[in-house]
Design a protein around this ligand. Structure first.
Ligand code: PBG
Length: 336
């Protein structure tokens, strides 16, 4: 008997979309994109001089950690089977050059030492390498008296920070400052300090985005004057992202990142097509806040939206997703 089709069209010879959608088991069997806890990296904030974790108002469920609460969170992340955690430090004292970023007793380096001692190689420890959380002016590099971020002196600072983070126990160095030549400078510094085996994950295509707003509350790194549009990428541009990625790979990046994720899925897809190294995408604070705010209003099914966004980012071609929901998404997957 021939299939009657829908509205008279489509006989038995046609491949019919609905045939493979009819049961959960069939949908599971034919799903082209899968999520696993190992695909996720959890960004975490650790703050110096606090007695208890401090909730971040614009990111419900996310906190600035104490050293102790971070250790607990890292154990939970490892137990949940997630791939890694990305550390951001918030020092008590900021200065024009961000000295606390590479001080051996700086908060992020102490945290790295502790986590590496606790967890060894169980969880990949990624260190965000930037100066904006550590400078009193909040820019990602050192600035000239005229207030312009000065590229090459900043590279010297990044080189020192990379060595300090690797010494403290970071498995991966992730430069996010968007200075020209940062990957080459960091590779040279790491090699010169015998960290030849420490990989660099470059935030290669990082856009000047309005979606970083909540992060600036979390990391206390908002620029005190101007903005980041002279070093981060301009949202209308796509080809430029491929150029940035190619440049970072030529300088020695081992893996590349696109950031933000959801508003830039076209970039994720193009980068994933263009390169043969691992591609990450960073689902940033504003993407998290949007879903949380809508869910808090009862306007959206939170758990479903979380997994849908993560699936979309993986479907676009990212192997790894940095997400504040990493541990929670791992739990949601275990239930589904
Ligand atoms: C710092 C940095 C930022 C983010 C990650 N690293 C902020 C910025 O560039 O202003 C944003 C992450 C987020 O919004 O979740 N260079």
């Amino acid at each position: 008997m021939t299939n009657p089709g829908i509205g008279g069209v489509g006989g038995g010879n046609f491949a019919r979309g609905r045939r493979l959608r009819s049961t959960p088991a069939l949908r599971r069997l034919t799903a082209q994109t899968r999520l696993a806890p190992a695909d996720f990296v959890l960004p975490v904030f650790v703050k110096q001089g606090i007695e208890a974790p401090v909730p971040i108002g614009s990111m419900p469920g996310v906190v600035q950690h104490t050293l102790d609460s971070l250790r607990k969170a890292a154990h939970e992340a490892a137990d949940a089977g997630i791939g890694g955690i990305m550390l951001f430090g918030i020092p008590s004292e900021k200065d024009p050059v961000g000295s606390q970023a590479d001080a051996a007793d700086g908060i992020v380096n102490v945290a790295l030492q502790q986590l590496r001692a606790d967890l060894g190689d169980e969880l990949v420890l990624l260190a965000d390498l930037c100066l904006c959380e550590y400078t009193d002016h909040g820019h990602c590099g050192v600035v000239t008296p005229a207030g312009v971020v000065d590229n090459d002196p900043t590279l010297d600072r990044y080189a020192a920070v990379a060595i300090a983070q690797a010494q403290a126990g970071a498995h991966v160095i992730a430069p996010s400052g968007m200075m020209d030549g940062q990957v080459a400078a960091i590779r040279k510094a790491l090699d010169g300090a015998a960290f030849t085996e420490t990989p660099i994950l470059a935030y290669a295509a990082k856009y000047a985005s309005g979606f970083y707003g909540p992060f600036r509350e979390a990391a206390e790194g908002a620029p005190q004057f101007g903005d980041r549009s002279t070093y981060q990428m301009d949202p209308p541009n796509a080809d430029e992202a491929l150029r940035e990625v190619a440049q970072d790979l030529a300088e020695g990046a081992d893996a590349v990142m696109v950031k933000p994720a959801l508003p830039y899925l076209d970039i994720v897809a193009r980068v994933a097509d263009a390169v043969q190294v691992p591609v990450s995408a960073y689902q940033v604070s504003g993407e998290y806040a949007m879903v949380e705010a809508a869910a808090a209003n009862g306007w959206i099914d939170r758990d479903r939206a979380i997994l849908e966004t993560l699936t979309a980012i993986r479907r676009a071609g990212a192997g790894t997703v940095l997400t504040y929901w990493a541990v929670e998404a791992a739990r949601l997957l275990a239930r589904s």
